[in-house]
Design a protein around this ligand. Structure first.
Ligand SMILES: Nc1ncnc2c1ncn2[C@@H]1O[C@H](COP(=O)(O)OP(=O)(O)O)[C@@H](O)[C@H]1O
Ligand SMILES: [Mg+2]
Length: 261
């Protein structure tokens, strides 16, 4: 069991989400209860169609919940109004980078800051730092079509971090990358997380990726999603690639495999 923290970044209380349609309703999340400690890295794994993306969308305030509550940094999450496009409390990264094709790399990262109406000096300083942090120097003037998949996803992560969100949500962010690039991006993300001290909730299909990155891995059941396993990952930090070959790592991946099959 993960101890409950006095100051959790995220709390889900009896959270249920169902989609109501003309031909009936679909219960996707069922009475979920868990919390995520501040500055921890948590991965979420589960069957496809099980409600993982739905949970992230509910946490970001993109869809309403049917029952229960989501508390982010002590305050309940409200559904975002139509015009309020960007939200400062949560940064979200999807499987596809979703960059604006007509904007340069620099302009893509600055977009949420422009919408938030920060001063040009503040925007320039933040974007500069994010370009450094994500190792994107030299590509500031490139357009999305000129970037590799990994590079574009780095831009998406930088953009999500631009408003210094309380929580970073990542929905299978490396699913479209090849195995080697996926590993590299995982290491990169871990470095950024260590440097920025962020709370991260990331959905992934890759068990090894989840074990490598996480303090804790949550396993969802089939729909309606319930928490089947809450597995602490007590591998020492800082971690490097060698940890993947340790007996402890292998035992943890086996445990997750068993829970999912
Ligand atoms: N806006 C929606 N309206 C109706 N059904 C939806 C909507 N969004 C997702 N669903 C359904 O909810 C279920 C869970 O989807 P999702 O959260 O995307 O699963 P996962 O991310 O775990 O693969 C699926 O059956 C999907 O078809
Ligand atoms: Mg999904």
């Amino acid at each position: 069991m993960t101890p409950s923290t006095a100051d959790p970044a995220l709390e889900l209380i009896q959270l249920s989400v169902e989609f109501v349609e003309s031909d009936g309703s679909l219960e996707v999340l069922s009475e979920l209860n868990f919390e995520i400690a501040k500055n921890s890295f948590v991965c979420l794994i589960g069957p496809s169609g099980g409600g993982k993306s739905t949970l992230l969308r509910a946490i970001s305030g993109l869809i309403p919940v049917s029952q229960g509550k989501i508390i982010l940094s002590g305050e309940p999450v409200q559904v975002i109004k139509q015009k309020q496009k960007y939200r400062t409390r949560v940064g979200m990264v999807f499987q596809k980078p979703n960059l604006m094709p007509w904007r340069t790399l620099w302009q893509n990262i600055s977009l949420p800051l422009e919408i938030a109406k920060l001063s040009p000096e503040e925007i320039a300083s933040r974007v500069y730092d994010l370009v450094e942090l994500m190792g994107l120097q030299g590509f500031e003037k490139s357009y999305p079509h000129e970037l590799s998949g990994g590079m574009a996803q780095r831009v998406a992560i930088a953009r999500a971090l631009a408003q210094d969100p309380d929580l970073l949500l990542l929905d299978e962010p490396f699913a479209q990358l090849d195995a080697l690039n996926r590993e590299r991006m995982g290491e990169e993300l871990m470095r950024v997380w260590e440097e920025k001290q962020k709370t991260v909730l990331m959905v992934t299909h890759a068990i090894d990726e989840a074990v490598f990155l996480s303090d804790r891995v949550l396993v969802f059941s089939k729909r309606p999603a319930q928490l089947m396993l809450d597995l602490p990952i007590s591998l020492e930090r800082p971690r490097n690639n060698n940890v993947r070959y340790s007996p402890k790592f292998v035992a943890l991946t086996q445990e997750l495999h068993a829970a999912l099959s």
